[in-house]
Every structure is written in structure tokens, then in C-alpha cells.
Design a protein around this ligand. Structure first.
Ligand code: GLU
Length: 453
């Protein structure tokens, strides 16, 4: 019966491959759950959970620095509100389309459920590319984007945050614009600045969380991160703070990348080198290539658009932390990782591992933390930011970091327990199934309780 529900998704949402991929993975995990729960079948929970409750599409006209009129697409997918207000980031990237945002919004339902906090699922964004734009252009774009979106938001309705291309700068402009239009200062976006309602540790949370999750998987197998070489892809917010936490826990970071290429530093990227990357990416908005210009221990390899694999994933290492974007690891990359010693993968990005690559990791016994579980730390601290805003209080770094750490431990435990309950054999440890099932059950039961609405 998961097959019928999946066929309905593909036939009613044609040409949306990323969305189909995300739904298929979840529905496959749910086969034993649906067998055990006829009440979910009767209430058509699968058909309903894959149908966005609301999709908002709008035009975003704005004027660039040369005085030329530009127009971009704006979207917000309000996917599911069974357990809380719609919650999820905004992505500004030229590849943004309905398929990408529906996959992200769908993932967000289960991820947010796993955080243990009352958060529904949503996602939004635009095909606007902040790369190469001036601060003023970014501001004008954000104001134009919010001019339409603001009427759909509210602290108890829909609370966006950042994602690729949307960081502190963009959240600032979006919030300023929301406040003006709504004539109200409320916690309607998360990832805000510390002086105006943001939570400490929010910038760090996704990266820290992905490493906490890796640590939990290793610990469950009598291992830890000490002395382990880690491959990190990306060099944005998630990658940077994943690196920081790897260093805190005694591991070694050897790679970073961006859309142009990657750097490999055999000696390891220490705290000074990491500070250079943070300055380069967050302040100068430069390219990762400049790392190799500065440090001669590093080698830079540009992206080869025609290659069938990414050589970053062929570097000898113990742990893989994909923190760039969806589908960045294919089957060949996964095989290269396994051949070169990787025994643990924790996804910092959303759906960075292609289905065939995931199969390989699971078959070969690589400890594999799926993004829904392993990168949930970001949205978890967003949930904590919402709590602090409601209380009109702000917690200390230690308080938020402790809560984050405990949430990541709980996600690991709940995913592992669900994985074991539904495992086909005693030996099987499948965090993909575990995370999908644990995330689903809470939402499905809430949908049942609330009736057909
Ligand atoms: N975009 C992030 C994610 O993929 C964070 C969302 C949020 O904080 O609402 O989970």
C-alpha cells in the first residue's frame, strides 16, 4: 500500500525528481509500520502527509544597483502542521524550484518531529542568487520577498529561518522588513541576531549537532572521534561549525569545498586555519581556493563538471560529514569512501547521499546518520529560539548547548530504538529506517487525533 501512495505522488507531482526521491525513501521505511497500523491506512495518512497543506508562489520584483528591474520566483511550502506551526528554512539559490522545496519541506516534517519540540514542517525560498550581489541588492531583494510573504507568517503560524544562501545578513533584512509590515516585534523568524531576539548557539547548531550525532553512533559501537580524520564538504555555516566541533572532540579535519572545488590539507585544518575559512567565507565572501593560496600544506582541486565522481570523497579518512547540498555523494563516491577507510557518515546537509550510495553504506556496515536525524540540531535550536522569544528571555551558551546535546542524544536513541523495533534481523542497525519511523509515528498519531482536516 506504500506503493500505491507513492505512485499517486509521482503521477500527481510530475517532473519533481528530488521530491519523489525523498518520499520514496520515507515510504520504503514505513512498509512494516503500515502493515502494523490499519488505522493509518484508513485515514490515508501517507497520501495526506505527502500533500503540502498549502503552497504559496509569488513573484519577487526588485531593482538592482544599475537601476535594472529584476524578477525572481518566491515560494513557501507549508507542508504539515500536525504537531506545531510550520517551521523550516528559506533557501536562496539559482537551483531552487518546486521539487527541491517540496523535498526539503517533506524532510522537515520528520526532522522537526524528531527534535522532540512542537514544530510542523515547511520550507521556502527563491531562485535568487546572493552570490556576487551587493549588500544593498540583497537588502532590496529580501524586502521585496517579505512584502508578499509576511502575510502568511506568524509566531504561531509559520516561522522561517535560514538555509543555503540565507544567513545572518539575510535574516536581518527579512526580519526588519517583517517588523515594519506587520507593525509587530515577534519571533517570526529564527537565526536572528543576538541583540534582537536570536539564540546563542543557533549559528553553530547544525554543524555541532551533526558531530554530536556522529559521536553517538560511534559511542554505541565502542568508538569515538579522537584522532579520526574527517572529510567535510561545503564551507558554509554547517561545515564551519561541524569542523569546530570535530576539533573540540579531538578529531582532525582535512577537507572543505565550495561549488568551484575543494581543498585537502593533509596536516589538518586547525583552529587558526578554521578562523581563516570563517573570515574568508563569512566576511570576505571569497572562494575556498584562497585557502590553498595561503597554506601550502593544502592542495586545491577544481570541480570537473564531467567527472563521474568527486575526488574529495576519495581522500583517505575515517568519517564523512557531507555539509554542502543534496545528492552530492553518488554510488562511486560511496565506494571510494568505503575503500579509503570511512566507517561513519553523518549528514550535515539535507539528503546529500544518493539512494544507491546509501544502500552501499548500509550494506557495508558503515554507521550512517541520515540528515533528518543528524542535521536536526539547527532546527532544534530554532525551536529553542522560539521558546526563548515566547518567554522573553535568553539562555546562556551553556544552557542552549546542553539542550542541543541532549536533543541530539534523544534523536539518536529514539531513531535507534525504532530501527531495532522494526529491523528484519537482530544485527540490522538502520538509522535511515529508524529516523523515518520515529519521526513519522508522532506526526501520524497527531493527524489521527485531529481528524480529517
Ligand atoms: N534550514 C535548516 C534545516 O534544514 C534549519 C531550519 C530552521 O531552523 O527552521 O533544518
Amino acid at each position: 500500500m506504500t506503493k500505491d501512495a507513492f505512485n499517486k505522488v509521482t503521477s500527481t507531482n510530475p517532473n519533481e525528481p528530488e521530491f519523489h526521491q525523498a518520499v520514496k525513501e520515507v515510504f520504503d521505511s514505513l512498509i512494516p509500520v503500515m502493515e502494523k497500523h490499519p488505522e493509518f491506512r484508513a485515514a490515508k495518512i501517507l497520501e495526506r502527509i505527502a500533500e503540502p497543506e498549502r503552497v504559496i508562489m509569488f513573484s519577487v520584483p526588485w531593482v538592482d544597483d544599475r537601476g535594472e528591474v529584476q524578477v525572481n520566483k518566491g515560494f513557501r511550502i507549508e507542508m504539515n502542521s500536525a504537531i506545531g506551526p510550520y517551521k523550516g528554512g528559506l533557501r536562496f539559490h539559482p537551483t531552487v524550484n518546486l521539487s527541491i522545496l517540496k523535498f526539503l519541506a517533506f524532510e522537515q516534517i520528520f526532522k522537526n518531529s524528531l527534535t522532540t519540540l512542537p514544530l510542523g514542517g515547511g520550507k521556502g525560498g527563491s531562485n535568487f542568487d546572493p552570490k556576487g550581489k551587493s549588500d544593498n541588492e540583497v537588502m532590496r531583494f529580501c524586502q521585496a520577498f517579505m512584502r508578499e510573504l509576511f502575510r502568511h507568517l506568524g509566531p504561531n503560524t509559520d516561522v522561517p529561518a535560514g538555509d543555503i544562501g540565507v544567513g545572518g545578513r539575510e535574516i536581518g533584512y527579512l526580519f526588519g522588513s517583517y517588523k515594519k509590515l506587520a507593525n509587530e516585534f515577534t519571533g517570526v523568524l529564527t537565526g536572528k541576531g543576538g541583540n534582537w531576539g536570536g539564540s546563542l548557539i543557533r549559528p553553530e547548531a547544525t554543524g555541532y549537532g551533526a558531530v554530536y550525532f556522529a559521536e553517538e553512533m560511534l559511542k554505541a559501537n565502542g568508538k569515538d572521534l579522537k584522532g579520526k580524520a574527517c572529510l567535510i564538504s561545503g564551507s558554509g555555516n554547517v561545515a564551519q561549525f561541524a569542523a569546530e566541533k570535530v576539533l573540540d572532540l579531538g578529531g582532525k579535519v582535512v577537507t572543505f569545498s565550495d561549488s568551484s572545488g575543494f581543498i585537502y590539507d593533509e596536516q589538518g585544518i586547525d583552529r587558526d586555519k578554521l578562523a581563516f575559512v570563517m573570515e574568508l567565507k563569512n566576511v570576505k565572501r571569497g572562494r575556498i581556493k584562497e585557502f590553498a593560496d595561503k597554506y601550502n600544506s593544502a592542495v586545491y582541486t577544481p570541480v570537473d563538471a564531467n567527472a563521474d565522481h568527486n575526488p574529495l570523497w576519495g581522500v583517505k579518512a575515517d568519517v564523512g560529514l557531507p555539509c554542502a547540498t543534496q545528492n552530492e555523494i553518488n554510488a562511486k563516491d560511496a565506494q571510494n569512501m568505503i575503500n579509503n577507510g570511512v566507517m561513519c557518515v553523518s549528514e550535515g546537509a539535507n539528503m546529500p547521499t544518493q539512494p544507491a550510495a546509501m544502500e552501499l553504506f548500509l550494506d557495508k556496515g558503515v554507521l550512517f546518520g541520515p540528515g533528518k536525524a543528524s542535521n536536526a540540531g539547527g532546527v532544534a535550536v530554532s525551536g529553542l529560539e522560539m521558546s526563548q522569544n515566547s518567554l522573553r528571555l535568553s539562555w546562556t551558551r551553556e544552557e542552549v548547548d546542553n539542550r542541543l546535546h541532549n536533543i541530539m542524544k534523544a534523536i539518536h536513541k529514539n531513531s535507534l530504538e525504532a530501527a531495532k523495533t522494526y529491523a528484519k534481523t537482530d544485527k540490522e542497525v538502520n538509522y535511515v529506517n529508524g529516523a523515518n519511523i520515529a519521526g513519522f509515528l508522532k506526526v501520524a498519531n497527531a493527524m489521527l487525533d485531529q481528524g480529517v482536516i
